[in-house]
Design a protein around this ligand. Structure first.
Ligand code: NCD
Length: 314
């Protein structure tokens, strides 16, 4: 049962629960009009303490497409945070108005903290360099729509593995599916944190670490690119030195398998040359659309709005 639960990290849900969300999302993709009043009378609070385009618009649009309404802010300076209110008090207050809260915050752990004080479900839309579970749902729906299964895949994640929260969430989640293995492709300075590597090892999955994208690409089912997370660097000089370390080009794509797919959570900076966009293996703009549908499914599940199934309503 997902009703009234929080989503803070992808492992909060079992594989079966994740699959239920994906199933509902695919149902919504097939006939979105059927779902356009499911959240009528419900309110989503969208609290963005950190910049966002896709994730905020994606959640807001998802709620509007379900017939619900949205309140919130995208600039914390316009909220009581600017007066010194704690996130705990904000959570208590806002959950008196809203039925569900979506929060993005630059500080790791904030979504978890809010979930302890809110009287409604809380969804983590990104907490610092930690986790971003709804991007993972987006990624899973993209993979499920392009590959026959979420299992037995060789997944290369490339770029800023140290600070990339989308990568932390995706790798943690996919390590829970049978037969997957990983190639962590990054410069030495931006290696995957040990706590993520430990989770992969605990699940009995293998990984290798390399800084050689060209050598690794030919063996992959999925290449997940990511930008170097400028806002999490202490030194601008270090960022400038590392920001263009990997650039995926048409030449590098020529080394990859015909059925490999390229994903990226976006925004892209320089890490994928625009010439790659025309390659049918490039799936990053499809991911954006999947993100909205999967968030519609998630909102429905956490609010318990899926209790009459589409089949029964036909
Ligand atoms: C990501 C994020 O915010 O972590 N973007 C997103 O949600 N689609 C990736 C990023 O900012 O690099």
């Amino acid at each position: 049962m997902l009703k009234n639960r929080n989503l803070i990290a992808p492992n909060d849900f079992t594989n079966q629960e994740l699959n239920e969300i994906l199933l509902l999302a695919r149902e919504i993709v097939n006939r979105p009009d059927f779902f356009c009043k499911k959240a009528e009378g419900k309110i989503l609070a969208s609290l963005f303490y950190e910049p966002s385009t896709r994730t905020k618009f994606s959640f807001d649009t998802a709620m509007l497409r379900l017939g619900g309404q949205v309140i919130g802010f995208s600039d914390p300076l316009t909220s009581s945070t600017a007066k010194g209110e704690t996130v705990a008090d904000s959570a208590k207050t806002i959950s008196k108005y809203a039925d569900i809260i979506v929060v993005r915050h630059p500080k790791e752990g904030t979504a978890l903290l809010m979930s302890k004080y809110a009287e409604c479900p809380v969804i983590n839309a990104g907490d610092g360099g930690h986790q971003h579970p709804t991007q993972t749902l987006t990624d899973l729906l993209t993979i499920a729509s392009n590959k026959s299964s979420l299992c037995n895949l060789k997944i290369g994640v490339c770029g800023d593995l140290k600070f990339g929260r989308t990568i932390h969430s995706l790798v943690t989640c996919l390590s829970g599916f049978e037969g997957n293995s990983f190639v962590f492709i990054s410069p030495e300075e931006l290696r995957m944190p040990s706590y993520i590597k430990e989770k992969v090892a605990e699940k009995g999955k293998s990984f290798i670490e390399t800084n050689d994208l060209e050598a690794a690409i030919g063996d992959l089912d999925i290449l997940y690119m990511s930008r170097v997370q400028r806002e999490r660097f202490v030194s601008e000089e270090e960022y400038l030195r590392l920001k263009d370390y990997f650039i995926l080009t048409a030449d590098k794509m020529a080394l990859a398998r015909k059925d490999m797919i390229v994903m990226h959570p976006l925004p892209r900076v320089n890490e994928i040359a625009t010439e790659v966009d025309a390659d049918p293996r490039a799936k990053y703009f499809d991911q954006v659309k999947f993100g909205m549908y999967v968030r519609m499914a998630l909102i429905m599940k956490l609010l318990g709005l899926d209790e009459s199934t589409p089949e029964e309503d036909k």
